[in-house]
Design a binder for this molecule. Structure first.
Ligand SMILES: *Cc1c(COP(=O)(O)O)cnc(C)c1O
Length: 237
């Protein structure tokens, strides 16, 4: 019997493929990060049993508990607010850290990745709506942060991530998705990424991922549409 998690995943993958095709982009050019904050390990396991292997977590401790229960078959992106005293564990546990937003955190992650003998994939989180309560580097400070990261020999910065202001209508997010893409193009022109021919843009969530793909997202982060509604205070950025 197919579970609802499998059905939701199939539905989303179907609409990703359709949008990719309609916009003339390469098949397989959009990755789906299934966001598992507050989702118990047994349900994450269900997603793994349906063949999904890429997940996102916001909280280190919660991720550590789940990953130790689930083994290391899956890949994990860290998508939460990053504290510099958590950098060691984050650098060892995650395949990508999407939320690098200041020099201190970049340097700490670099030191920790170096001492672990690994290269860590990162994105820079941009506060694209310039909202006071949100994390992320301000758009006009993004290039300076990327310049610092290019000197961090154990970090590979693949692109930008953003969590735009929340709207009930996906079309209202489009201007922010566009701003993020334009910023990434300017940064690629200055060769500030690890691979400037293939820059990752992590944007779009349950309510607006189709619009995000149309505007150039290469990574979408979807929670509710796969696992159902979270208890209140689930979104904390
Ligand atoms: C929770 C969260 C998501 C997923 O949000 P949904 O609306 O449940 O799809 C995506 N990105 C970040 C950074 C989040 O914290």
């Amino acid at each position: 019997m197919m579970t609802s998690i499998c059905a939701h995943l199939q539905q989303i993958i179907g609409s990703i493929d359709q949008t990719v095709q309609q916009t003339g982009r390469q098949p397989g050019s959009v990755k789906l990060v299934a966001v598992t904050k507050t989702v118990p390990a047994i349900l994450v396991k269900e997603a793994m049993n349906c063949g999904h292997m890429l997940f996102g977590e916001n909280y280190l401790q919660e991720a550590q508990e789940k990953i130790s229960q689930l083994g290391h078959g899956a890949r994990w992106h860290f998508i939460g607010r990053l504290q510099s005293n958590k950098c060691r564990d984050v650098a060892s546990l995650f395949d990508m850290v999407e939320t690098v937003d200041r020099v201190k955190v970049a340097q700490r992650l670099n030191e920790q990745a170096e001492s672990l003998g690994r290269r860590l994939n990162v994105l820079v989180q941009v506060n694209i709506g310039e909202e006071t309560q949100k994390s992320g580097v301000m758009p006009e400070e993004t290039k300076a942060l990327l310049e610092v990261i290019t000197t961090c020999s154990s970090l590979n910065c693949h692109g930008l991530m953003a969590l735009p202001p929340y709207f009930d209508a996906p079309d209202k997010s489009r201007p922010y998705f566009r701003l993020l893409r334009q910023l990434s193009e300017q940064c690629a022109q200055k060769e500030l990424f690890y691979n400037n021919q293939q820059v990752e843009l992590s944007m779009g969530m349950s309510g607006d991922y189709v619009a995000a793909i149309e505007e150039g997202a290469t990574i979408i982060r979807v929670g509710t549409a796969i696992f159902g509604a979270r208890p209140p205070q689930g979104v904390t950025q």
